[in-house]
Design a protein. Structure first.
Length: 240
């Protein structure tokens, strides 16, 4: 199996790697149910660095397109599936579609906390609290925020819901970090995390759902206040 080497006509190397891998899948060079070439071989064939390749593979894994089995990565989905998910993600990132995406996220996150209130075990409570403590110690690591929402999703004990939330929160992680250096953002967000956790632990469905709605509104409010940042463009903090 030989993949075509990437032509560097764009600075977005991971996107080019994704395109090359999806094309190879579509052409049958990589088959569903089979292992991907070793990372070193794949990077060499594509003419890219292993760091950029790993970033692309991580995205594919979040999509559920590949699965790690030890040191191996196995393809689980075909090219059409990956293109459809990629298109969905791209449309969700467009300004015109943001409210639609926010509505989608509110439905699944608010519904999820209801189930978590009813079904969470002591182990689930510890996992949620552990994620909050990790953010206390290293807030700038966005994966701790992902872990927080994942832990609540797992506490719902609904595998389909947990998988959906895991994918959504991993894929929008960059949206969160656009605001992290702004005044009070960390404090407001972390206070909201604790309020959600406390409501779930108290098994107070109504309060937990309200706290989740307020939490999801934080990014919306900062997006409206800093429209350039919501599009990924640097924007200085506004004066108090």
């Amino acid at each position: 199996m030989q993949l075509d080497k990437i032509q560097y006509d764009s600075p977005k190397v991971p996107e080019l790697i994704m395109e090359a891998i999806v094309n190879a899948i579509g052409e049958g060079k990589i088959k569903v149910g089979k292992e991907l070439p070793p990372e070193r071989d794949l990077a060499e064939q594509l003419g890219v660095g292993r760091g950029s390749l790993r970033e692309c593979l991580a995205i594919l894994e979040f999509m559920g397109a590949i699965e790690s089995r030890g040191n191996r990565k196995v393809l689980l989905r075909n090219a059409d599936y990956i293109r459809q998910i990629s298109s969905w993600i791209e449309s969700a990132s467009q300004i015109s579609a943001q409210e639609t995406f926010n509505e989608f996220r509110r439905v699944i996150e608010v519904g999820n906390v209801e189930l978590a209130c009813k079904r969470a075990t002591e182990a689930d409570f510890r996992a949620i609290e552990k994620a909050i403590e990790a953010m206390d110690n290293d807030f700038m690591n966005y994966m701790h925020d992902v872990e927080f929402h994942d832990a609540i999703a797992v506490a719902s004990h609904n595998a389909m819901l947990a998988s959906t939330i895991h994918m959504v929160n991993n894929l929008i992680a960059d949206v969160r970090i656009r605001f992290w250096d702004l005044p009070n953002y960390q404090q407001i967000t972390q206070k909201s995390h604790r309020a959600i956790y406390e409501a779930i632990k108290a098994r107070d469905v109504q309060r937990a759902q309200l706290e989740m709605i307020l939490h999801l509104n934080i990014v919306k409010e900062y997006s409206e206040k800093y429209p350039k940042r919501s599009r990924g463009v640097e924007e200085a903090p506004l004066p108090d």
